[in-house]
Design a protein. Structure first.
Length: 234
């Protein structure tokens, strides 16, 4: 399986995705720094212009990093898997003396693992940027995290797993519709469902919802793989 994962990274030119992830991390870091310390989130009178529950700095960090990587992961899944069906390169891979399920699973794991690491590193960069800036500058937001606390890293990792795993739902939609665009559109719909507010209610702050969502995501991942041995190619 490890060899298959490495082969997928090499075949799909993972260096390009590493570069794009780095660019996205830097852009997010600059944006969050400006949001926290340069006053772009404040009204002219100096008060914070933020939605309910967004007065702490962890809220925009989780929101913008989660949105960015949910779409980024979905784009990679569309490129690695759905596009491979469409341009017939999957035909060649399925001709190997390896089970189709194992090949498809390796592609999904390759994307999932890469984006989990990229998202964790990006979040650490964002939090470190705010932590260092907060030592010398006044923050528009309440700095509500402690990078010296082990629970901070556990929570960061678990939230990252949820975000990256949700993309499996978008993949399932794209494979059913046989469209890479459907994967990306589905990822935006998932963002609206998981991050948007309805009045004061938001699923993003619900403690049970991430557990249910992750479980559902892995169910969709299994459904994407389970019938691949007998299913016709796109």
């Amino acid at each position: 399986m490890i060899k298959l994962i490495k082969m997928e990274w090499k075949k799909n030119k993972i260096g390009t995705y590493i570069r794009n992830a780095l660019i996205m991390a830097v852009v997010l870091c600059l944006f969050v720094f400006a949001l926290a310390f340069l006053g772009i989130a404040e009204d002219p009178d100096g008060t914070l212009d933020a939605a309910e529950g967004m007065s702490v700095i962890s809220a925009p960090i989780e929101l913008f990093s989660g949105m960015s990587f949910l779409v980024f992961t979905s784009v990679m899944l569309a490129s690695f898997i759905v596009s491979a069906y469409k341009n017939k390169t999957m035909n060649l891979m399925f001709s190997y003396p390896i089970k189709r399920q194992k090949i498809l699973a390796s592609q999904m794991i390759a994307v999932w693992f890469f984006n989990l690491i990229a998202l964790v590193v990006t979040k650490l960069l964002l939090y470190a940027c705010v932590y260092i800036g907060g030592k010398r500058m006044r923050s528009s937001f309440i700095i509500d995290f402690d990078m010296g606390d082990l629970s901070f890293y556990v929570e960061l990792l678990l939230k990252s797993v949820v975000i990256v795993s949700v993309s499996f739902i978008a993949l399932f939609v794209g494979m059913k519709m046989r469209s890479s665009k459907a994967v990306i559109v589905a990822s935006f719909i998932l963002i609206l469902l998981t991050q948007a507010n309805i009045g004061d209610f938001s699923l993003a702050g619900n403690l049970v919802f991430p557990v249910i969502l992750t479980a559902v995501s892995f169910v969709f991942a299994v459904l994407s793989v389970v019938k691949v041995e007998t299913k016709d190619l796109m």
